[in-house]
Design a protein around this ligand. Sequence first.
Ligand SMILES: Nc1ncnc2c1ncn2[C@@H]1O[C@H](COP(=O)(O)OP(=O)(O)OP(=O)(O)O)[C@@H](O)[C@H]1O
Ligand SMILES: [Mg+2]
Length: 155
Amino acid sequence: MTTQHRHILPDLAAMEALGQRIAARLQAGDVVALEGGLGAGKTTLARAVLAALGHSGEVPSPTFTIIETYDAPPLRIAVAHADFYRLDDPEEALEIGLDDYREGAALLAEWPQNAGGFDHEPGCLSIRLEKRSESGEDGRIAIARGGADWLERMP
Ligand SMILES: Nc1ncnc2c1ncn2[C@@H]1O[C@H](COP(=O)(O)OP(=O)(O)OP(=O)(O)O)[C@@H](O)[C@H]1O
Ligand SMILES: [Mg+2]
């Protein structure tokens, strides 16, 4: 993986801007692995990426459905947005058909480690979100690391 790129995100506008930079570089087959604890901002960043790819309207959190899909067009590329929080075993990701959902699409994955993790994939961009304070009101820090395919296009 690439060396770490650290972004300070004081507010939602900064989160939005990071989402736009990720979206501009995203290709089918990539994974954006959104790491960080409860309320870290994973869904918020996923929504920013989807909006920048051309999605308008709601982006339900996939906490219960596990995977939500977005077609291209209207998006520039198709996206599968997953939240693996509820998986008990990485095998379940295959059982729900993750490989089929990923065909020709980019994957935005919350709680990626619950699906076995994606760091070994050259197309994986890992974004770890952390709160800057315990109150959670003072923004976030994002630590980005990319696989080999991301070397020339880190956000
Ligand atoms: N950069 C930011 N600065 C301030 N608040 C933020 C920032 N990013 C996200 N938030 C806020 O943090 C809250 C939680 O965000 P979000 O639901 O995206 O977290 P999550 O990581 O998806 O949580 P979960 O693990 O429950 O899925 C939201 O109210 C959101 O507006
Ligand atoms: Mg979420």
